[in-house]
Ligand binder design. Sequence first.
Ligand SMILES: N[C@H](CCC[C@H](N)C(=O)O)C(=O)O
Length: 276
Amino acid sequence: MLLHFTKMHGLGNDFMVVDMVTQSVRLPTDKIRRLADRQFGVGFDQLLIVEPPTDPDMDFRYRIFNADGSEVEQCGNGARCFAKFVRDKKLIGRDTIHVQTAGGNIELNILANGEVSVDMGVPRLVPEDIPFRAQEQRPTYDLRIDGEEYEVSAVSMGNPHAVLQVDDVNRAPVERLGSVIEQHKRFPKRCNVGFMQVLDKAEINLRVFERGVGETLACGTGACAAVVAGQLQGLLGDDVRVNLPGGTLNIHWPGEGHSVIMTGTASRVFEGQTRL
Ligand SMILES: N[C@H](CCC[C@H](N)C(=O)O)C(=O)O
């Protein structure tokens, strides 16, 4: 069976995008892991599947699988690539695209300059909605790790995020601490871990250890979660430039109860096919 795909990335967070509207293939977990392998497979951070919607008000359904094969609720960089993919493939003729995901419905807008702006929905802050084990909702929580206390924010953009403040992202213990917090028992579905250096109220540096992948060059939902976490602590304004190792995203959040708007680029690298 030949599987056609498009290799894409959002600021270096890379994807294998598969159109399951015009082709139909079963991709069990072990096959996803094999395809994700950068030596033995195609190599990607996430696999993005484009499907017809089950919700008649939506244009498409968008399924997301991490490199470890786990299916997840949301992917911000992937959403921008999704928009470019369906337009380039002429699966839709409009620049505004309504997409159904496991983490909630999102709206994608392809801008005149080729960037994509995504309404990522309203962040979830109530611990049980994240999910995060806590007595009450707070801007930050104390997480005990190996006898030390770490102050983290807990935010869901459909997928769970922990966000820590650091003085310098280049010196942050992303690998060591990221993998420990990802698996922390207070995050029953694991979590993505953002290391945020606040430069001023309108700019941060950010590195993200992603659930099911490890550190990536960029994380769209991580950028959204970091801005929410920073604003809730009074550190950031409504419009923030988020500098990630792979590039910069613009995040707009007018505050609790409102959607987070993420704007950035989406790139196609090559078309491919692989025999399953
Ligand atoms: N690793 C994430 C999914 C991909 C998120 C990231 N690639 C983005 O751009 O938002 C999770 O397990 O929730």
